[in-house]
Ligand binder design. Structure first.
Ligand code: NAD
Length: 298
């Protein structure tokens, strides 16, 4: 079987094209979608990630500003900044880059972001709406995965999806989406995690695998059935002798599933390009909602 590589770039480009018109519509009304990103400390991976986000916003003619706080910033400093951004009518989306330093209460900080500006979709109000089947902001990575499945016409309804990983940012919202009765859902969903006893037994039964464990190359060809569609979310740095000193690999041993799987997303170049694109989408939605609110309240 020829295995199709599900590249994220064409999907991201397709969505960005559609988004351009909506951004121009907002600009015609004097509104430029604007993201505020908060980064605490100097984690190099987070810095690169936030820089890529800023670049993507600039390319789409949208505004973004990064607030760099010292690694020893107090919880009140972070909360005060979020309160200020919540009130600022020129800011449509607020993102707190994770992970935060250990002395900060991540939950409390994420819960302080206004649900109207929570473009990551991590606020409990937005997670609740997602579970209810009426989401305002869908978390970016699971949303990007749905867009990949849709773009490449991968059937979901009635199939068995196995998610490996139960994090709040990938596994759990992915479960809520795939199980939902809607166009890109209606699957039977199994969610595996570190407490799962026989992982192979579950992955071998999957029609779709979403690998989001953060464990390099853990899903191998001998763990999957013929014709499976695999979404590899993992981004793991493996040290090597290259100039960079490392290579990025996913949670799937891609070489070993080639010829067995019907399709697989590459790492890098699969899910990665989708996450920032869906952040743009959510920021545009937030700006559109604020515009509508402003019209109603006049
Ligand atoms: P996380 O560490 O918060 O959660 C990992 C989950 O996987 C946990 O629920 C754990 O129970 C499960 N797990 C770990 N090892 C396992 C094993 N051996 N067997 C079964 N379950 C296991 O991670 P996360 O934030 O969800 O991220 C997962 C991976 O996806 C990471 O590599 C991360 O870098 C990547 N990621 C990529 C993107 C992207 O844009 N492509 C976005 C978010 C996360």
């Amino acid at each position: 079987m020829d295995t199709l590589l599900l590249k994220g770039k064409p999907v991201a480009e397709h969505i960005r094209q559609e988004l351009t018109e909506r951004i121009q519509g907002l600009k015609a009304d004097g509104i430029t979608p604007n993201l505020a990103a908060i980064i605490v400390g100097g984690d190099p991976a987070s810095k690169v990630y936030v820089k890529n986000k800023a670049r993507a916003f600039e390319k789409m003619d949208c505004d973004s500003r990064t607030y760099h706080l010292d690694k020893n910033a107090s919880e009140n400093e972070v909360l005060d900044l979020i309160h200020e951004l919540n009130q600022n009518m020129e800011v449509h989306g607020i993102l707190v880059q994770l992970p935060l330093p250990r002395h900060l209460d991540s939950k409390k900080i994420l819960h302080t972001v206004s649900p109207q500006k929570d473009v990551d979709g991590f606020h409990p109000e937005n997670l609740g709406l997602l579970l209810e089947g009426n989401p305002k902001f869908i978390p970016c990575t699971p949303h990007g995965i749905l867009e990949i499945l849709k773009y490449y016409n991968i059937p979901v309804s009635g199939r068995h999806a196995v998610i490996v990983g139960r994090s709040n940012i990938v596994g759990k919202p992915m479960f809520a989406l795939l199980a939902q009765k809607f166009e890109m859902g209606n699957a039977t969903v199994t969610i595996c995690h570190t407490g799962t006893k026989d992982l192979d037994m579950h992955t071998k039964q999957a029609d779709i695998i979403i690998a989001a464990a953060g464990s390099p190359k853990m899903i191998r060809g001998d763990m999957v059935k013929e014709g499976v569609d695999i979404i590899d979310v993992g981004i793991n740095r493996i040290e090597n002798d290259s100039e960079k000193g490392y290579a990025l690999v996913g949670d799937v041993d891609t070489d070993s599933v080639m010829g067995i799987a019907r399709s697989v997303t590459p790492v890098p170049g699969g899910v990665g390009p989708m996450t920032i694109t869906m952040l743009l989408v959510n920021t545009v939605i937030a700006a559109e909602n604020m515009k509508e609110f402003a019209v109603i309240s006049h």
